[in-house]
Design a protein around this ligand. Structure first.
Ligand SMILES: O=C(O)c1ccccc1NCC(=O)[C@H](O)[C@H](O)COP(=O)(O)O
Length: 215
């Protein structure tokens, strides 16, 4: 049973936001390597920011339909990073990286998440995001009732989360982890320390309610 919902804060571009996210309680920090994103950082910049992370806080390198060369550059520059494939990558594409990875699934009515999770059986987890233009980071909540009970991989709940809805999301979905970007921002790529703190506090509140309900 997942006693503590892990927290990923994504789209970090500044040193102060790395430090504030860690202080707030993030378990993982996402760096968007997708050039078309407003939260994009270069591989070198992501490596520079990742060097600020203390032990036990994981960097996540986020890729969208990157070339094998780009993936190789990212894994060389970020040797401890978990990869997150957030485009149209196949399981073979993801596995060629030979690195633990998350695979994003963009939830929409008719999307067969169980089959998708079976396809990506080598993924550490499936990150469930809303189906938005530009692949991700859209700040949009999807219908959590679309998530079946029998997903055969750990689930990361994502898409439009914030301090005001994450408790409900955790109680309803019971994910392994939650992921947030827009919901803790002052502007795209500019995180708000107070919003990050409140988000992580809300996740702790959800975990406490679950623990109480099981005693
Ligand atoms: O964050 C982006 O700009 C982005 C762009 C393209 C693909 C993925 C992207 N982010 C991936 C993430 O893991 C986000 O945290 C996730 O989509 C949730 O974002 P939000 O709904 O803004 O919390």
């Amino acid at each position: 049973m997942n006693q503590r919902t892990r927290i990923k804060i994504c789209g970090i571009t500044r040193e102060a936001d790395v430090d504030a996210a860690v202080e707030a309680g993030a378990d993982a920090i996402g760096f968007v390597l997708y050039p078309k994103s407003a939260r994009h950082v270069s591989i070198a910049r992501a490596a520079e920011l990742a060097r600020r992370l203390p032990p036990f806080v994981m960097p996540v390198a986020l890729l969208v339909n990157a070339s094998d060369a780009e993936v190789a550059d990212a894994t060389a520059a970020l040797p401890t990073a978990l990869l997150q494939f957030h485009g149209d990558e196949t399981a073979a594409d993801c596995e060629r990286a030979r690195r633990p990875y998350l695979r994003a699934g963009r939830m929409a009515r008719g999307f067969d998440l169980v089959d998708f999770a079976r396809q990506f059986s080598s993924a550490q987890a499936i990150l469930l995001d809303a189906h938005v233009e530009g692949y991700g980071g859209g700040g949009k909540v999807f219908d959590w009732s679309l998530i079946p009970a029998n997903v055969p991989r750990p689930v990361v709940l994502s898409g439009g989360l914030h301090a005001g809805n994450v408790i409900e999301g955790i109680l309803q979905v019971r994910p392994w982890a939650v992921d947030v970007s827009s919901g803790v921002e002052a502007a795209k790529g500019i995180k708000d320390a107070d919003l990050m703190r409140r988000f992580c506090e809300a996740v702790r509140e959800a975990d406490a309610r679950i623990a109480d309900s099981e005693t």
